[in-house]
Write a protein that binds this ligand. Structure first.
Ligand code: HEM
Length: 150
């Protein structure tokens, strides 16, 4: 059971952070030469496939994480790196939910109404939030994996 939970936890983290890394480092520069309208449509399409996965991941990571915490450790004496991982995890989940409800839904609405420049503004904001979550995610993985050796 512990192995399964750890596997789910790590897979969820890899898919989330790896997906953001791919979007930020490869898809964004490749799409930057496109006209605004096809670029916004492309990102709408990409994010409408990526975000449902992130909703699942925002359930899997805390559920598996807290179950591991309760079974592997005495929660009151959890190491500093587990406490930090938790804090960073909730920060990432907050940044994602904020981005989804504040910027992504508005971008979709603007695309639907063919207000492309406005949709482009929300796309820029989403990009900034994904950059923040990418930095948080890389930091969380590094802390999670190396923390026990510090
Ligand atoms: C939301 C709250 C979270 C809790 C309660 C939590 C809890 C835990 C626990 C208890 C472990 C096992 C630690 C060990 O065996 O030493 C673990 C491992 C791990 N966690 Fe988290 N975690 C959370 C969020 C995250 C997030 C957001 C990420 C990355 C984006 C992450 C990445 C990892 C990784 C990569 C490991 C494997 C570390 C290893 O065994 O080398 N966790 N987590």
């Amino acid at each position: 059971m512990t192995l399964l939970l750890l596997a789910l936890h790590v897979l969820a983290a890899v898919i989330w952070v790896g997906g953001m890394f791919f979007a930020h480092m490869f898809l964004r520069p490749a799409a930057s030469t496109m006209e605004l309208e096809p670029r916004v449509n492309l990102w709408c399409n990409v994010l409408s496939r990526f975000f449902p996965w992130i909703w699942g991941i925002t359930l899997v990571i805390p559920l598996s994480g807290y179950t591991l915490l309760l079974t592997l450790f005495e929660p009151a004496y959890a190491s500093w790196y587990i406490i930090l991982m938790q804090g960073l995890g909730w920060s990432m989940i907050s940044v994602f939910t904020f981005t989804f409800f504040t910027y992504y839904r508005k971008m979709k609405r603007m695309v639907h109404r063919q207000l492309i420049p406005e949709a482009g503004l929300y796309l820029n904001r989403i990009r900034n939030m994904v950059s923040i979550n990418l930095i948080l995610g890389i930091g969380t993985i590094l802390i999670a994996v190396t923390g026990r050796f510090w």
